[in-house]
Ligand binder design. Structure first.
Ligand SMILES: Cc1cc2nc3c(=O)[nH]c(=O)nc-3n(C[C@H](O)[C@H](O)[C@H](O)COP(=O)(O)OP(=O)(O)OC[C@H]3O[C@@H](n4cnc5c(N)ncnc54)[C@H](O)[C@@H]3O)c2cc1C
Length: 400
């Protein structure tokens, strides 16, 4: 919800920096970390508080791959791009490990298991296994297994990513944000971006720079990087309506059940083409999410509130297909930013009202930002600062 006019002040004054990052989710924190490593003066503005968006509301899968399985992704994107994206997600986990997330108590090196409950998906997953192995990715196959997810008999077979991991995303955000704390301005909504000319910046006018106005002040910067994922359409509508429309906000819902009978999941499960997912946390609680596609028309927009209809379906799935018994500990939702082809949108925003290469977008993670954002942030900053060729396979805005 935007801040009312009455909240606006100039308490922060105008701060001169090199780069302003908008949004303190996993993407914004990753972009800021990359920029700091290049010795830039950085600030992060966040409309609410650190991790207020999808980054603290997700399932915590650090999974190789994208929303589609490998065979389907090859159909959609071609073999080279799919292979590059899969490597990208492996590199994403490697970056997060370098940043020390494996020291957090909730981190687990748990394989992901893509479980087929119909024959169409079963065939695609078998094909994916062969294609992954041909492309030198580690992958295993299960026809059956003895943990609780297989007990109902719904599973027909499953593809396993052996090197994946999982984590409490809130804990990960706090960890990534800790070294950046002095640079994070919370309760600061980006209100507008203008060229830093005499009209907008007065005596601070600087060609090629922009001035970004926030709730309590302004930031004069050479670069602004929008890490606003699902909320990007609101931020970009005034500058580039076409690009704004390329990201669609969609709600994902979850619940947590504490089993009251013996229950064990050996994998993080990505079930039914990823439309449902479940994993067990270190204290035995099971988190279950999905069912968005059963009411796709309703699960859109910016409202994070869980709904009775989806929660009922999720609970039925948890108790039926997953065989979970026990009380529901929590129910919640979060807003994801989807692109038409499932790949993030990264690169400079070309609009006549702003200086060339001043404002950048790094967003559109289509429900997989935990598995993509750190590596995508690295690619974005490389393209921004090194002026090198756009970082394959993501820099699609440069090609527009
Ligand atoms: C239920 C659910 C389950 C998921 N499970 C997984 C999973 O297991 N694995 C996985 O990889 N991904 C998962 N995702 C997706 C993942 O959470 C997102 O892709 C990822 O968090 C996106 O990170 P982000 O930093 O780009 O966006 P966000 O975390 O949404 O951050 C954007 C930030 O921008 C701020 N902002 C917006 N507008 C402004 C403005 N005008 N001024 C200042 N700040 C602004 C917002 O307040 C927000 O904090 C899931 C998502 C949901 C909802």
């Amino acid at each position: 919800m935007p801040a009312p006019y009455w909240r606006h002040s100039n308490a922060l004054g105008t701060r001169q920096i090199d780069a302003l990052v908008v949004g303190a989710g996993v993407c914004g924190l990753s972009v800021a970390t990359e920029l700091l490593e290049r010795n830039l003066r950085v600030a992060i503005v966040e409309r609410h508080t650190l991790g207020a968006g999808a980054s603290s509301r997700n399932a915590g899968f650090l999974m190789r791959g994208m929303a589609e399985n490998y065979a389907a992704a090859i159909q959609t994107h071609g073999r080279d791009r799919a292979r590059a994206m899969w490597r990208f997600t492996e590199e994403n986990l490697a970056i997060l490990l370098e940043r020390g997330i494996d020291a957090l108590p909730s981190f687990r090196r748990v394989p992901s298991c893509l479980m087929a409950i119909d024959t169409t998906e079963l065939a695609q997953l078998r094909e994916s296994l062969a294609l992954l192995r041909e492309d030198a990715f580690a992958a295993d196959w299960l026809d059956t297994h003895d943990d609780s997810a297989w007990a109902s008999g719904a599973a027909l077979g499953a593809l396993v990513n052996p090197a994946d991991a999982s984590i409490n995303p809130w804990q990960m955000l706090q960890h990534l944000g800790a070294p950046l704390r002095p640079l994070i301005f919370e309760q600061q909504e980006l209100l507008g971006i203008h060229p830093a000319d005499a009209r907008h910046a007065g005596p601070l006018a600087s060609p090629g720079h922009v001035i970004a106005r926030t709730t309590d002040g302004a930031f004069l910067a050479r670069h602004v990087i929008l890490c606003t994922n699902a909320y990007t359409p609101r931020v970009l509508a005034a500058h580039d309506p076409t690009l704004a429309a390329a990201i669609a906000p969609k709600r994902g819902q979850m619940l947590a059940i504490r089993p009251d009978t013996p229950y064990r999941l050996d994998f993080s499960y990505y079930i039914n083409f990823g439309h449902e997912y479940a994993r067990q946390t270190p204290d035995g609680t099971v988190v279950v999410g999905g069912k968005r596609t059963t009411r796709a028309d309703e699960e859109v927009g910016y409202d994070d509130e869980p709904t009775e209809a989806i929660q009922r379906e999720l609970e039925a799935f948890a108790r039926g297909t997953l065989g979970l018994e026990g009380g529901v500990m929590a129910r919640w939702g979060g807003t994801m930013g989807f692109t038409a082809d499932g790949l993030p949108l990264v690169g400079p925003i070309a609009t006549p009202d702003l200086p060339d290469r001043a404002v950048w977008l790094c967003a559109g993670f289509t429900g997989h930002g935990m598995s993509l954002a750190a590596r995508t942030a690295q690619a974005c900053v490389h393209e921004l600062l090194d002026h090198g060729p756009p970082a394959f396979p993501l820099a699609r805005l440069s090609a527009r």
